[in-house]
Design a protein around this ligand. Structure first.
Ligand code: ZN
Length: 272
């Protein structure tokens, strides 16, 4: 399933595998001025290609190499002769996704394995005919995560560095302190439009980023406070985040409240 929207010079594609006619989970890809930012998952390759009939792609940039952002890399690169760029630490995943990023059952159902593709190291900026995008390294959601910022337009393509809502669970391999640090980097930018990896577009990016930072920092402070009083991870999780969410069961425990508690305590930088 694909939903297409045009905003200024940007085309947004919201992509999802459908199951009995229903969309399972949306991820977004964007096209702007010959640049493709992310490419959806393996199940939405054909939808995306057919939506790009009237444009050309000169280059592809992946905000990170999670399977729902690199699915059409190989197909689009073949069709348009486009070069693919990603953070250097993600390049091995692009070339060997099955070996470097084994998927869990829920990921196989929702996104599937991407076809291997060949990426090059992303520099400090990306240039198209009419725009110059700054590359901002924003680890936390993944170590290879980057955002693209176009200062003249105030466009920020944030991939999964900013995910709205008040988290009560975290994936085992995310680092909450790096996520907070990356959000601070983004909050310092002058942003008119924030384009997220799920397809939501934010006009009040600064406010929304600060609100998210405030929630995470305030939550972390409360967790650390009771941890220093001797509370166990389990007790903290129950008191702060309640019962595990449906997400916990669907992902067989990969997302959990306990992971959020653990990351707040164990990933705390020494200088904080
Ligand atoms: Zn991701």
């Amino acid at each position: 399933m694909i939903q297409i929207e045009k905003i200024d010079g940007v085309r947004k594609f919201r992509l999802s595998r459908t199951y009995f006619g229903r969309a399972l989970y949306y991820t977004a890809a964007y096209w702007v001025d010959g640049l493709m930012i992310d490419t959806g998952c393996a199940y939405t390759v054909r939808d995306l290609i057919s939506a790009l009939e009237d444009v050309h792609i000169d280059l592809i940039v992946n905000t990170h190499t999670h399977e729902d952002h690199i699915g059409a890399n190989a197909s689009l690169s073949r069709k348009f002769g486009a070069k693919i760029f990603a953070h250097y630490s993600g390049l091995p995943v692009l070339s060997e996704p099955r070996k470097r990023q084994p998927l869990r059952p829920y990921q196989l159902v929702m996104w599937g394995y991407p076809e291997p593709s060949k990426g090059a190291i992303l520099g400090d900026s990306v240039e198209t005919a009419n725009h110059r995008f700054q590359v901002i390294h924003t680890p936390g959601h993944s170590t290879d995560h980057i955002c693209l910022y176009e200062p003249d337009q105030g466009w920020l393509f944030s991939g999964d560095a900013y995910i709205g809502g008040h988290d009560r669970a975290l994936r085992a391999d995310y680092n909450i302190w790096q996520i907070i640090d990356s959000l601070h980097k983004l909050a310092r930018l002058d942003v008119n439009l924030l384009f997220t990896g799920s397809g939501s577009i934010h006009k009040f990016a600064h406010r929304d980023l600060l609100e998210k930072i405030y929630y995470l920092e305030e939550t972390a402070e409360r967790v650390l406070q009771v941890y220093r009083q001797g509370w166990s991870y389990g007790k903290i999780k129950r008191a702060m985040f309640g019962h595990e969410l449906l997400l916990f069961y669907v992902t067989l425990g990969q997302f959990s409240g306990k992971n959020l508690v653990r990351s707040i305590i164990e990933d705390l930088p020494a200088n904080l």
